[in-house]
Ligand binder design. Structure first.
Ligand SMILES: CSCCC(=O)C(=O)COP(=O)(O)O
Ligand SMILES: [Mg+2]
Length: 236
């Protein structure tokens, strides 16, 4: 019987894996929705805003960009220009002290244990790279961004596409079997597994995540640690 070595890299989704879905949907998304119209009007010459609006018009020709952005927010569409603009709105909110990021309580201790053991930690989220750095830079536990070596967003492609995970492997030089991907979304795990990554579904009772049948599941990061021989393990 062959026993797999523990992963050398853990790649983590954010929403539903490290941060509660409720925080993203009842705090972050409404904050961006409230502030986007003003932000776009006030900062229309900012290159990030200009690029995002041009990309919105390219993806939805003939629709006023703000209307299209509203539609995408209604659909929770994972679209790069929306994600770039949401990230800018959240940057203002964190800076003003109006936003503080909530992570599940098991997350920081587990990430610290893994990092201390020399395991490389990386983020792959639909949220833009700046937004990822903001959420981890402004948690209730302080700035935890130094725990992460890499931040991947929609630049490498959508999270439900195997090609995106291949792009991450290519860019980093990581071996597929060395990487454990943690996410709450089955379609993302399927795509990662297709690219050869090891995967585990994080099924958070708080969020009512529905467990799939194809992949190992864990309710917390310490439970995932127990399944994959990582430090900081806790049996289910
Ligand atoms: C950077 S926190 C907000 C994440 C976000 O915008 C989102 O759509 C959730 O994406 P994830 O890939 O983390 O599920
Ligand atoms: Mg998720």
């Amino acid at each position: 019987m062959s026993v797999s070595a523990a992963p050398r890299v853990v790649l983590l989704d954010i929403e539903g894996t490290t941060a509660p879905v409720s925080f993203v949907h009842t705090v972050l998304f409404p904050y961006a929705r409230t502030h986007l119209p003003r932000l776009i009007a006030e900062r229309k010459n900012d290159p990030v805003v200009k690029d995002a609006l041009a990309e919105t018009e390219r993806l939805a020709p003939g629709v006023p960009p703000l209307e299209q952005l509203e539609r995408w927010m209604d659909e929770d569409a994972k679209v790069a220009p929306l994600k770039a603009l949401q990230g800018m709105a959240w940057a203002e909110g964190y800076k003003r002290g109006e936003l503080v990021a909530r992570l599940y309580p098991d997350v920081v201790p587990a990430l610290e244990a893994w990092s201390r053991a020399g395991i490389e930690l990386a983020v792959y989220s639909s949220g833009s790279e700046p937004a990822q750095k903001l959420i981890y830079g402004h948690t209730e536990q302080g700035d935890v961004t130094p725990l992460f070596s890499r931040f991947f967003d929609l630049r490498v492609g959508g999270k439900k596409e195997a090609e995106s995970y291949r792009a991450i492997l290519w860019e980093t030089g990581w071996q597929d079997e060395d990487v454990l991907f943690l996410s709450d979304v089955t379609a993302e795990l399927e795509a990662a597994a297709e690219a050869g990554l090891r995967v585990c579904q994080i099924v958070r009772p708080e969020d009512g995540t529905v467990a799939g049948e194809k992949f190992p599941t864990a309710a917390t990061l310490p439970e995932a640690a127990a399944l994959f021989g990582l430090p900081g393990a806790e049996r289910a």
